[in-house]
Design a protein around this ligand. Structure first.
Ligand SMILES: [Zn+2]
Ligand SMILES: [Zn+2]
Length: 156
């Protein structure tokens, strides 16, 4: 073998979620094997070529996140009015699910928003609250007027 490269020249390089921390050893195929730090906090022992070719880009956490088994475990979970009915897509770090709202609408919502409660319904919650309260007045008579239906709320 004519070309011997100092394995340490690759230290600090990033491939996907992995940053090369330390040269570990050379395997039987002559590949450099490195100790890498993954963004998730795990350490992984990875061949340089598999990072270089994009074959390995994490300690394995990325694949785990991609796997449907992981998403399936969230299906059926309910967050306020929204029930997760299926995995939709992922975008960067965020995972989006198809959710069914108690009102019957379906909407694709980011998991974080469900989890932290920032989204509680398909958007109907606000108007539902108002209308349910106001519907209770239907049938009341005020002078010559009888309330027959809720129309809308004004800004006050
Ligand atoms: Zn990881
Ligand atoms: Zn709804």
């Amino acid at each position: 073998m004519g070309r011997t490269i100092d394995p340490n020249i690759h230290l600090g390089e990033r491939y996907g979620r992995l940053v090369i921390k330390e040269y570990d050893h050379k395997d039987q195929f002559g590949r450099y094997i490195y100790k890498c730090q993954c963004d998730c906090g795990n350490t992984a022992i990875v061949a340089y070529t598999s990072m270089r070719t994009g074959h390995t880009t994490s300690c394995g956490c990325y694949n785990r996140e991609q796997s449907s088994a992981d998403h399936d475990s969230r299906i059926g979970k309910k967050f306020n009015m929204l029930t997760i009915i299926g995995f939709d897509h992922r975008s960067g770090k965020h995972i989006y699910y198809r959710c069914k709202c108690d009102c019957g609408n379906e909407k694709v919502i980011r998991y974080d928003s469900l989890n932290d409660g920032s989204i509680k319904s398909c958007g109907c919650l606000q108007s539902n609250r108002v209308s349910q309260k106001d519907l209770s007045h239907i049938g009341e008579t005020w002078g010559r007027m009888t309330i027959i239906a809720f129309d809308h709320t004004d800004k006050i």
